[in-house]
Design a protein around this ligand. Sequence first.
Ligand code: UD1
Ligand code: MG
Length: 464
Amino acid sequence: MSLSIVIMAAGKGTRMKSARPKVLHKLAGRPMLSHVISTTSSLKAALEVVITGHGAEQVESSMKAAFADAPLKFVRQEPQLGTGHAVQQAVPVLPDEGITLILNGDTPLIEAATAQALVDACAGEKLALLTINLDDPTGYGRIVRDGWGEQVLAIVEHKDATETQRALKEVYTGMMAAPTRLLKGWLSRLNNNNAQGEYYLTDVVAMAREDGVGVVAAQPRDEVEVLGVNSPAQLADLERRFQAVQAGKLMEQGVRLADPARFDLRGTLQCGSDVDIDVNCVFEGSVTLGDGAQIGANCVIRNAVIGAGVVVHPFTHIDGDKDGVRVGDGSLIGPFARLRPGATLGREVHIGNFVEVKNSTMADGAKANHLAYLGDADVGERVNYGAGSITANYDGANKHRTVIGNDVHIGSNCVLIAPITLGAGATIGGGSTLSKDAPEGQLTVARAKQVSLSGWQRPQKIKR
Ligand code: UD1
Ligand code: MG
């Protein structure tokens, strides 16, 4: 049976107190709405409709960029007159047959298995609601059942509920699945005679009862799946819960996290065996850590492949952006190192404190241990790149490459003005500024000759 998905994402999110549309606020580095769309992609829906309203253009362009291949349709809801009114906007684009699954853009951690269970419970003929029992159900729509607690009779919104109804702990999570043809009929009968003057989607429950359609409930595996975000505090709370789940999975695989409460993964992290990660590290995009890799405290690592046995010392920033960063087996990086897009390091490369490497290759055993810059360079094997040396790779208009042969030794404080080639085995005297190639195997020095003046007098303080 064909599946259509409707994701409600038009609300203002007043309590976020932000100019950004609520569903674009990020959880684990991605907009909340992106989480929902990613999750539902495994459900193989024929159509996925996102209802936008507040900040619609921003929401639509952000999702189109993130999910270019998904069967996404955007339908605007202006003004926003309630959840029932939101789904009414999708009616013209929904097919008459099949099942419609309704989800929320601000409830990011819903799992595919739970959504599928809801669709299965609907089975093309019933109205299936996702419900959960909460110790504190304040604010939620309450599930009203018959005297035996079996049949669902209605959902009553908190603001419309009686004291007895408010004592009910079973609440509606905002997610449901219904036969599309029946849903369309119910939506056309909604009214806004209630405490909030809104068109409530939840009124379809009582209509299903009237029509003799079965109403069933399904529950999520975990409460975290149905937690919606309305405020910065709720967003931060959900972020920590999500990080705890991710940290738990990694530790189950054998990854040693010094403190799972001080760990953030905003993307995917693949780890070999015996990986140690110290506190306050942030992993973004796609990161791979080889066997025995050790990541020191306070590192930020994005889009990088880190080899086996690599030690990344504290406070190192590795940012692969789109080009990625590769660090070969046994390399030592940091503390306070910066690897930028296109840094490709071979085996046993050493990068020390305050060294920046961008769009450069460094062959096996090359070292840049202190205060240096390598941009647009190809560095040979076993090169020793002295403290304070830099490649001057940018002439103000274009970037140029620096090629450094194997076994070159570069003294401290050198400026290599690109394009330039240093032949294998060359030695460059400290303090040199080179604008011409240096030949193989020779010492090249380009600085003023040292002079000493005999008989020179140091100035004396004049006494008055
Ligand atoms: C809704 C349910 C309530 C349930 C709760 C779970 C109704 C009437 N009530 O209440 O039973 O317990 O969710 O969180 O459905 N939205 C639109 N357009 C609108 C209004 C809302 O797109 O005109 C979107 C919001 O962006 C949000 C979702 O619908 O993603 C839910 O809206 P919200 O106002 O938060 O509903 P609640 O009052 O929380
Ligand atoms: Mg809500």
